[in-house]
Design a protein around this ligand. Structure first.
Ligand code: SF4
Length: 350
């Protein structure tokens, strides 16, 4: 089948399903895939769309935690069967960062933290880039999810209420957000998975306002200050826009830091002729460069998420025609109520 035959076949299936189907795509998908989606967005936008949708079937061109979040929202606060389902065209598309935090390990760390500082009003906050089990852990302990688009608002709300926050899994999003909120370095402690008790003595836990799990996005965490030096040497007047999953030593050198949505908005506001270096996944950077020929857009250094790249138009067509069992994403019923509470609290905070 040629590319154009594949696109035409997808369009025909799409039309036949009408409003009973919603095809969502993340900004990091290849342009050949985003062109076939009903809506393209970042995790926060897509969560909102999944929550608002009444479609019977949601097909998620992204990675597993995103499809799980859509399933959690589509199934409602109680879970169970409501005739709605979520499908992931590339069933092996996972997220190495989400895999760095298991619910059991987080429960053990939570027990240790709350035991070390029992008088504190602890709350967990989990990045939406986490498994359904981790969201259920968070919801069961009264916490909320966040995305890179609203981490400042969510963390700011909990800290502003005098809560002490255990954040997982992304240490860099946590550190960047803490810096935006003006927290001093000593207020943030890092829980190191490989060390007994996270490598934190009780005094350090009591002194911290924020404890971060030591996970990261291996794609964004690979940026170094040397990348910025090299890119600025090649493009001296370019402004750097960077994603908050990058380390603080790199984000501190940027003109602007923000979620994929914030980066896209900053590009749209740029004056014609502006030179921009963009520090995020390369599918998005290449699309922005193609969509904005009036700007000089370059990657800080090209970085590609292989999991995001697993979805292809052919895989999407296969789902729409055959609905293979292995592409159905079904969060276990028992996890839905606490996981739904975790995501719902995030959406309520904006
Ligand atoms: S870009 Fe990073 S956080 Fe996003 S899916 Fe890939 S590995 Fe996970």
């Amino acid at each position: 089948m040629t590319e154009s035959e594949c696109r035409a076949a997808i369009a025909a299936e799409r039309e036949a399903w009408g409003e009973r189907l919603l095809i969502l795509g993340h900004h990091y998908q290849d342009s050949a895939v985003t062109a076939l989606c009903d809506a393209v967005g970042d995790s926060l936008e897509l969560s909102r769309l999944a929550a608002a949708s009444r479609a019977e079937r949601i097909v998620f061109c992204g990675v597993r935690f995103m499809a799980e979040t859509a399933d959690i929202l589509a199934r409602g606060p109680e879970g169970g069967e409501n005739g709605r389902s979520v499908w992931l065209p590339a069933p092996k598309a996972g997220c190495p960062m989400a895999d760095m935090a298991g619910a059991e390990a987080l429960e053990a760390a939570w027990a240790r933290l709350t035991e070390a500082d029992p008088k504190a009003a602890w709350a967990p906050v989990v990045y939406v880039n986490s498994t359904a089990e981790v969201k259920a852990f968070c919801g069961a302990h009264g916490g909320a999810a966040c995305t890179s688009g609203n981490a400042r608002r969510v963390l700011g709300r909990f800290l502003g209420e005098g809560r002490k926050v255990f954040f997982a899994p992304d240490q860099h999003l946590c550190a960047n957000t803490a810096r935006q909120l003006g927290l001093p370095a000593e207020a943030v402690a890092l829980w190191r998975r490989a060390l007994p008790d996270g490598g934190l003595v009780p005094q350090r836990i009591r002194a911290a306002r924020l404890v971060a799990w030591d996970g990261c996005c291996p794609i964004h965490a690979g940026y170094t200050p040397g990348d910025v030096v090299a890119a600025r040497a090649a493009h001296p007047d370019a402004a750097l826009l960077i994603h908050p999953e990058a380390p603080t030593g790199v984000t501190a050198l940027a003109e602007e830091m923000g979620s994929t949505k914030a980066i896209i908005e900053a590009v749209s506001r740029a004056e014609p002729g502006a030179r921009l270096l963009i520090g995020t996944e390369d599918h998005l950077v290449r699309r922005l460069a193609a969509d904005h020929p009036e700007l000089a857009i370059r990657p800080l250094r090209p970085i590609v998420c292989q999991d995001m790249g697993r979805t292809t138009p052919e895989a999407l067509l296969r789902v729409l025609r055959e609905w293979p069992e292995e592409t159905l994403v079904r969060v276990p019923d028992a996890l839905i109520p606490p996981a739904h509470a975790c995501v719902r609290r995030m959406l309520a905070l904006g």
